[in-house]
Ligand binder design. Sequence first.
Ligand SMILES: [Zn+2]
Length: 395
Amino acid sequence: MTRRGLLPLVVMVPALAAAPPRRELDTPVRRAAYLREMLDALCTRIGPRPSGSKGFDAGIAIVERELRRALPIVVRDSLKFRRWTVTGKPYFIVGDRALETYVADNSPETPGREVSGTLRKGRQYEVVDTAGRVVAGAGISEFGRAIVTMHSGADDAALFNIGRQDVEILERAIREKTPVRAHAKVKWFDNVESSSVAGTLPGDSKEEILIVAHADTKYNTPGANDNTASLITMLMLAHAIPAAKPARTVSFLATTGEELTFFGAKHYAGTRRAAGTIGDIKYCVNLDSLTYGPNLQINTTSAGLAKVILDIHRDLRIETEPKVFERDDTMDSAPFLASGARTVHLNSRGDDARTLPLWHRPEDRAETIKPEFVESSFRVLLELITRLQTAAVDQ
Ligand SMILES: [Zn+2]
């Protein structure tokens, strides 16, 4: 290669790094291709992305890159937390049968090599040792096979999550006083850093529409439905909102820590409070698990916001059956509801008995995502952002 041949490279590299091109996602075909590409990158190639893990960091870097492609202002909202991990292979053995189990997030470990005892049923199943102490708990999944839940912190016994298919074995073990052995070792890491990422398109007005989707998963799943496909839908919206200056500011927030104690959204709200800008957020739309079924579940205490979303379905002739629930309490939208925004938490849970058992399971993989559910949500949400530019939702 000649010296002259090298020259353009020197010029091009910083230019590319400074301004990655925006994606053209202006047709359903292009959006479906983008969905596949991003599901492949996040779920298939990276896999589980619990907050504080290398997987999460790799995933949020992709999200940040995409937001930078789409929007003029992108910031990280970094925090530190005490991270819990399970080490080795936990087990929960009834007689000589090892049940499928996941240790609950933030669970204490079992003391010594293992704990043993017999089962009884209180608020949940409990392993009681010969001294009458509860040495482990067993929680049963509501939907099917074992999932990862969260330890309440109310006691110091390890919590094992068991699937519904094994309830019969537990019941028989109570009747027959079958010995049970259980083992879980965990490790805590102090001051682990994790980040949410926020991208903003400033409008004529500081009044702001905030779209939120969590970017973390439980530790046992690639989380395609919960919440990667919804996160990708949010990225599509960031790419699609008109380059023309909107009337109201539009922001997109990919959060960390939703699957733990919603700590990313809470931290971001704290950052905005400290900056004196939290009052600018007039509307907050939280996207979580939009793809379990075709029908959006609209969880909101704002009758006006629910009406806007229902009207959009009618006007765009979206052939699904949205349902409204008058609640919006514990999700990533909660800190913004508390600060005075009108909020809605959108999901699709409960609409499809065949896919709901994917929740917090390793089977929640990229192949299970139906592109048509993403497309209908995208259309509704793009129109929602447009209508909220001028809407006066006063109830
Ligand atoms: Zn979720």
